[in-house]
Ligand binder design. Structure first.
Ligand code: PEP
Ligand code: MG
Length: 573
């Protein structure tokens, strides 16, 4: 038995035989001189190889349509790369200048693009290097007449062990038969990782050398959440994992039972539990866990992965989510880029203090064209369900008014073009900067709802960078200052007669549920998998008692006092 630890990419436990999915032996790329007269012929061969690959990608899109939007997005990105003007121009230029056959020209240019991306400081650009090498390889396969390796025809349940699985191979694999994915390469943000999560296939990546450790047909256990792979487990280990799998199934059953129960306290206070999503395909999971709506759709992820997302692409993503939610409300937060989230087409952009810089609504107002495009896409999507618009990082009234006036402009534009949109869209402000919490009464006059972004509220209230592990210990949502700001915001929302949600991590922390109920929060939005846990806490709680607890907590002077009081209360219930 041997146990390896890698990067945990996609949760879940699987036990099955290993299927070693190794590279088809790739012949040495032929390299020879060609006469000038042959340039056109070689160029035509390139174009026809590209067409062949495009046909392949398109046929995969057909298969993919019913699965997840993310898979389709990746294939669309591949199609764009295949048609990329710069890629084509570079190949033509090199062909004409070096007078070498097209295979080695494609190889050289593919390597050059790959190198550029892989050495980029931005992680999402580095991840795209895999896509360009995927595409280059497919074009070379077509030119050299090489049959592709594929996981589409798997007929048995297996754990795929491979050096690297390209996104197109992941899209094409027989997902019913792939019980887990184990890779030498890869990270949590690679496209293949995103797909593994979307397909809910347990996956551990970054296990360099795993393809050498595992033999075809070895029994493997993969624990995707822990990032562990056990090779040839002992009988005892197998028994232990059987137990874990049985417990996980029981938990799933319990969740299924709780899914249709209301989030209601023992004394009849009803709250709403929503899900946060980053990618459209997460809606299926949200519904499975019983989300009553999407409380936060972090739309910036559309941009971070693929660079610029145009109006049509955005419309498609939003409409997909709205249709899947079948009338349940979907809160689309306009892009929160900046800080540590820079889209690839803005990678030149540098700031000394990005977390205090051109982020979120400030970014949108600074790039009105991009903002208007997003607002039009949301408006047009609104006919597919119930959409709410949420503006991130509002720091004062002027910003909110500017954003609202951009929304009015976008509506005018849609009307002019005859594009339908709902006229009952609610517009809300995120309260995640202390100034916004302090003037919550003023912002409430122009907002139809509030959403507390406690991740940032903590960061900005306590002056602690949420990504800096050195000061991570100071990131304390139970700090009395944070609790007071939350209370103030909730009270002001209610005085103005508007609903208030919370979408930061605190909303999904069952330890905080009683306090948030006592503070009067109306809606909680969290990672979908937290919903059953928070629901259990709500259903156990008594609203009256929660309010009494909050009264006591508001007298606490330190985080420790607050936490002790919460624990005492928990022990009593
Ligand atoms: C927050 O700040 O709490 C929030 C939900 O937004 P994000 O985590 O995307 O910054
Ligand atoms: Mg935030």
């Amino acid at each position: 038995m041997k146990e390896l630890t890698g990067v945990p990419v996609s949760k879940g436990i699987a036990m099955a035989k290993a299927f070693l999915f190794l590279e088809v032996d790739f012949p040495e790329i032929p390299r020879f001189h060609i006469e000038k007269e042959r340039i056109d012929e070689e160029w035509a061969r390139f174009l026809s190889a590209v067409d062949e690959v495009k046909e392949d990608v398109n046929s995969l899109r057909g298969v993919q349509k019913s699965v997840v939007a993310e898979g389709e997005d990746i294939l669309n990105a591949h199609l764009l790369m295949l048609e990329d003007v710069e890629f084509h121009a570079r190949i033509k230029e090199q062909l004409e200048r070096n007078l070498q056959n097209i295979e080695c020209t494609v190889w050289d240019v593919g390597r050059e693009f790959y190198q550029k991306l892989i050495t980029s400081p931005a992680p999402y650009l580095r991840e795209r290097a895999v896509d360009i090498s995927d595409i280059t390889r497919q074009v070379l396969n077509a030119l050299l007449n090489i049959k592709k390796r594929s996981l589409a025809g798997l007929t048995e349940d297996v754990i795929v062990v491979t050096r690297e699985l390209s996104p197109s191979e992941a899209v094409a694999m027989n997902k019913r038969r792939v019980k887990a994915l184990v890779m030498d390469a890869g990270s949590q943000t690679s496209h293949t990782a995103i797909l593994a999560k979307a397909f809910e296939i347990p996956a551990v990546f970054g296990l360099s050398g795993v393809t050498k450790e595992v033999a075809q047909g070895d029994t493997l256990i993969v624990d995707g959440g822990a990032g562990v792979v056990v090779i040839k487990p002992t009988a005892k280990k197998i028994e232990k994992y059987h137990e874990i799998i049985t417990k996980a199934n029981e938990k799933k059953n319990e969740q299924n039972v709780s899914r249709d129960l209301p989030a209601e306290t023992t004394d009849g206070s009803r709250v709403i539990l929503n899900a946060n999503i980053e990618f459209p395909e997460e809606v299926e999971q949200a519904l499975r866990y019983g989300a009553e709506g999407i409380g936060l759709y972090r739309s910036e992820f559309l941009f971070l992965n693929a660079g610029y997302a145009g109006e049509e692409e955005q419309l498609r993503a939003y409409a997909y989510v709205l249709k899947a939610m079948e009338g349940k409300p979907v809160t689309i937060r306009t892009v929160d880029v900046g800080g540590d989230k820079i889209p690839s087409n803005f990678h030149t952009f540098e700031e000394k203090n990005p977390l205090l810089g051109l982020r979120a609504i400030r970014f949108s107002l600074a790039y009105p064209e991009l903002f208007a495009t997003q607002l039009r896409a949301i408006l047009r999507a609104s006919v597919f369900g119930v959409v709410k618009i949420l503006f991130p990082m509002i720091s004062g009234l002027a910003e909110l008014e500017a954003a609202l006036s951009m929304l009015e402009e976008a509506k005018k534009e849609c009307r002019k073009k005859g594009q339908a949109f709902s006229n009952t869209i609610e517009v809300g402000s995120m309260i995640e900067i202390p100034s916004a919490a302090v003037i919550a009464d003023i912002l409430a006059e122009k907002s139809q709802f509030f959403s507390l972004g406690v991740n940032d509220l903590v960061q900005y209230t306590l002056a602690v960078d949420r990504n800096n592990e050195q000061v991570g210990y100071l990131s304390q949502p139970f700090h009395p200052a944070v609790i007071r700001l939350i209370k103030r915001t909730i009270d002001e929302a209610h005085s103005a007669g508007i609903k208030i949600s919370m979408c930061g991590e605190l909303a999904g922390d069952p330890r905080a549920t009683a306090v948030l109920l006592g503070l009067g929060l109306d809606e909680f939005s969290m990672s979908a998998s937290q919903i059953p846990l928070v629901k259990r806490s709500v259903r156990k709680a008594n609203a009256e008692k929660c309010r009494a607890l909050v009264k006591k907590i508001l007298t606490c002077k330190t985080v420790k006092d607050v936490e002790t009081m919460m624990k005492e209360e928990d022990g009593q219930s």
